[in-house]
Write a protein that binds this ligand. Structure first.
Ligand SMILES: Cc1cc2nc3c(=O)[nH]c(=O)nc-3n(C[C@H](O)[C@H](O)[C@H](O)COP(=O)(O)OP(=O)(O)OC[C@H]3O[C@@H](n4cnc5c(N)ncnc54)[C@H](O)[C@@H]3O)c2cc1C
Length: 482
């Protein structure tokens, strides 16, 4: 039975002392995105009383998860919603490939294995699948697409949670955690003016990364971080991550590590979501403001490469780049929400983009001379490549010669950061001495760095958050006596 006391007390001078009429809680979940709700639903399903604390208002609940579209999962055969099998070995090889082995194999294999349950578990919580549409980045076999995207998924989770009796408090940022003898005791939540201390038997931290905290990003990226665009929620400030690290949690992941894509430079600073991403890169060339190419635009299939382009652009002068394509390329990618800059000639395009026209004409000319003949096929690693230029373009290299010409200004778009806390197979947070904090669990972006040391696989952020959210919920409930 639940022995937890939900204690509300005044803690500092101007913080209010408001007795709370709520019942005691077994599990406190910090965060209101996918990982948090997977944990909350599972813990509640096991019989525990659960309180979810979400920084955002009800309208903006759901963190980065509300921007998602699809989830990668292991499955043994085609279904109505995926075109073929995606078995654990292939999944593992794909993950190994993108991370270059920078992954905790035990946790990675656990994630892959457990992902098999999601195809049924998510619909049981109200999520509906849809058949993949065009422009879904070669994911029709490996990934399931949510009908209505992440927003509908989160709404379904919140509805089910309400039905099951999970309590949710919005506009409630958790600011501090209190530990005693290596165990979680209570959390301080609320605003500067009014904060409350909430004690619960266990805690699941599912509060995302620190990607929206520009001063923190600047510690690792310097002034360049001022030019980063944050694709998701402004609420992922990394406050809980910092608290856990201050309490002695063992960090994992490169502090500079992040999932970062090429984003339309005209995107809003925060929360632009999916529609500002640019997938035009493999179908043209990309130059920096000095009109130099800096990476092989056709190195591999876009889903395996798109997540490195944000970092590549972050390393360019003033963190800006330009995708240059011609009319032939336009039908081959999903457009950004912003119309491309259009011109009748390369020189005019350069002028419109405010880069050196002579340099761009010369570069496109040199590129065109390097293009080898071949059969263009966006669906395969085709034979259209360049010879004699550096960097090369390995696939989908075609002459840029058909007006009108188009350009998109690009910025690094940070999706989420990889620095996190180390966890074990029970989603318990490990401390510096490698001992698990008994009643502290983590799920989602805040621990994704255990599995994603580098690179990214499309749809895998949700996989990690769902699998570890479920594990954290189950284990937190068990720790609370269920
Ligand atoms: C535009 C975009 C598209 C994406 N598309 C996909 C996709 O299709 N498939 C995929 O797998 N992944 C995708 N991702 C990545 C995916 O969103 C994340 O990997 C995943 O949603 C992380 O889930 P989470 O629950 O850990 O974090 P989030 O969903 O970000 O949730 C974190 C929550 O914590 C809350 N919070 C933060 N700090 C506090 C605090 N101190 N107190 C209380 N609450 C707090 C936030 O308000 C938020 O609700 C995408 C990301 C973006 C930005």
């Amino acid at each position: 039975m639940c022995l937890a006391r939900f204690v509300v007390q005044a803690i500092l001078g101007n913080r209010s002392c408001m007795p709370d009429s709520n019942p005691p809680y077994d599990v406190l979940v910090v965060g209101g995105g996918n990982a948090a709700l997977c944990a909350a639903l599972t813990a509640r399903g096991a019989g525990a009383s659960v309180l979810v604390l979400e920084s955002a208002s009800k309208d903006f609940r759901g963190g980065n998860s509300r921007h998602t579209r699809d989830i990668r999962y292991m499955h043994r055969a085609a279904t109505e919603y995926v075109t073929g099998a995606y078995q654990d070995d292939e999944f593992w090889q794909d993950l190994f490939g993108v991370t270059g082995g920078a992954t905790n194999e035990r946790l990675a294999r656990l994630t892959i294995r457990e992902s098999e349950t999601l195809g049924d578990w998510m619909p049981a919580q109200g999520v509906r699948w849809q058949k993949p549409l065009r422009g879904t980045l070669h994911l029709t076999r490996s990934n399931l697409f949510m009908l209505g995207g992440g927003k509908a998924m989160m709404n379904a989770y919140y509805e089910t949670a309400a039905r099951l009796g999970v309590h949710v408090q919005y506009e409630t940022e958790v600011r501090e955690l209190e530990f005693r003898d290596g165990e979680f005791v209570s959390a301080v939540a609320g605003s500067n003016r009014e904060a409350r201390t909430l004690a619960a038997k266990t805690i699941v931290v599912a509060s995302g990364g620190f990607e929206a905290n520009i001063p923190w990003l600047k510690e690792y990226w310097g002034e360049a971080a001022e030019n980063f665009v944050i694709r998701g929620t402004p609420y992922n400030q990394g406050r809980m991550l910092k608290q856990l690290l201050q309490h002695g949690a063992k960090p994992v992941g490169d502090p500079r590590g992040c999932h970062a894509v090429a984003l339309d430079a005209r995107a809003p600073k925060f929360d632009g979501g999916i529609v500002t991403r640019l997938d035009s890169v493999p179908f043209g060339i990309v130059v920096n403001k000095e009109v130099k190419r800096f990476y092989d635009e056709g190195e591999d299939f876009w889903p395996k490469r798109y997540a490195i382009w944000g970092k590549l652009i972050a390393e360019q002068p003033d963190q800006i780049a330009y995708s240059i394509i011609d009319a032939k390329a336009l039908p081959h990618f999903m457009p950004s929400v912003f119309a491309p800059v259009e011109a009748g000639s390369i020189a005019e395009l350069a002028a419109a983009l405010k880069i050196d026209p002579h340099a761009l004409v010369a570069l496109v000319d040199k590129f065109n001379h390097s293009v080898r003949p071949g059969k263009f096929d966006p669906g395969s690693l085709d034979e259209c490549s360049t010879a004699g230029i550096d960097p090369p373009k390995s696939h989908w290299a075609r002459l840029i010669d058909t007006p009108p010409y188009y350009g998109y200004p690009l910025r690094p778009g940070i999706t989420f950061t990889y620095l996190g806390v180390t966890v074990n197979e029970r989603a318990q947070v490990l401390m510096q001495n490698d001992q698990a904090a008994k009643n502290v669990f983590a799920a989602g972006e805040v621990m994704a760095g255990n599995i994603l040391g580098r690179g990214y696989l499309a749809g895998f952020g949700l996989t990690i958050g769902s699998v570890f959210g479920k594990i954290a919920g189950r284990e937190a409930a068990r720790c609370a006596g269920f």
